[in-house]
Design a protein around this ligand. Structure first.
Ligand SMILES: [Zn+2]
Length: 162
């Protein structure tokens, strides 16, 4: 039987897997320092942490990461779109994982031109909970790919003009 703690760990693992995939897509290495920063942020979802916070937390319960490296890492992760940088009134930037972009996505894939479009369907929100209620299966993530022909490959929009 899965307890909430175990499910939380698995969710964290899934999120990090998505983030690492994103780094690889951007041709960035998943260095131990980047892993440490991301692990800390993924354990504190919803919290905004400064570079100083991350530097301190890394030294406390992870592997120490130099402050300059923390700053560099944060810059990179913001550029890749994994983190959101929030400028606070005290002039200190704080960072959090961009959970929105880590939501399960649906993809439309055109079988003619190979075009891939990511989109989200609001009616799929809560799918995991509904599957769990119906079957007892614990859903951690999902992926939906719809194959078809894009409007461009259909020779123009859906209007049927021409
Ligand atoms: Zn197409």
């Amino acid at each position: 039987m899965l307890n909430n703690r175990r499910i939380g760990q698995m969710r964290e693992h899934m999120q990090l897997a998505q983030v690492y995939q994103r780094l690889e897509t951007a041709r960035l290495r998943v260095t131990p320092q980047r892993q440490t920063v991301l692990r800390i942020l993924s354990r504190r979802l919803g919290e905004e942490l400064s570079a100083e916070d991350l530097h301190r937390l890394a030294a406390e319960d992870e592997d120490p990461v130099g402050l300059a490296t923390v700053y560099r890492t944060l810059d990179i992760l913001v550029r890749v779109g994994v983190l959101i940088q929030v400028m606070h009134e005290d002039g200190v930037s704080r960072y959090r994982l961009d959970v929105e972009t880590l939501q399960p996505q649906q993809h439309l894939i055109c079988v003619r031109c190979g075009d891939l479009v990511a989109f989200t369907l609001s009616w799929l929100n809560g799918l995991g909970e509904r599957v769990h209620a119906a079957t007892g299966f614990t859903v951690l993530d999902h992926e939906l790919k719809l194959y078809g022909v894009c409007t461009a490959c259909q020779g123009g929009g859906r209007g049927g003009v021409g």
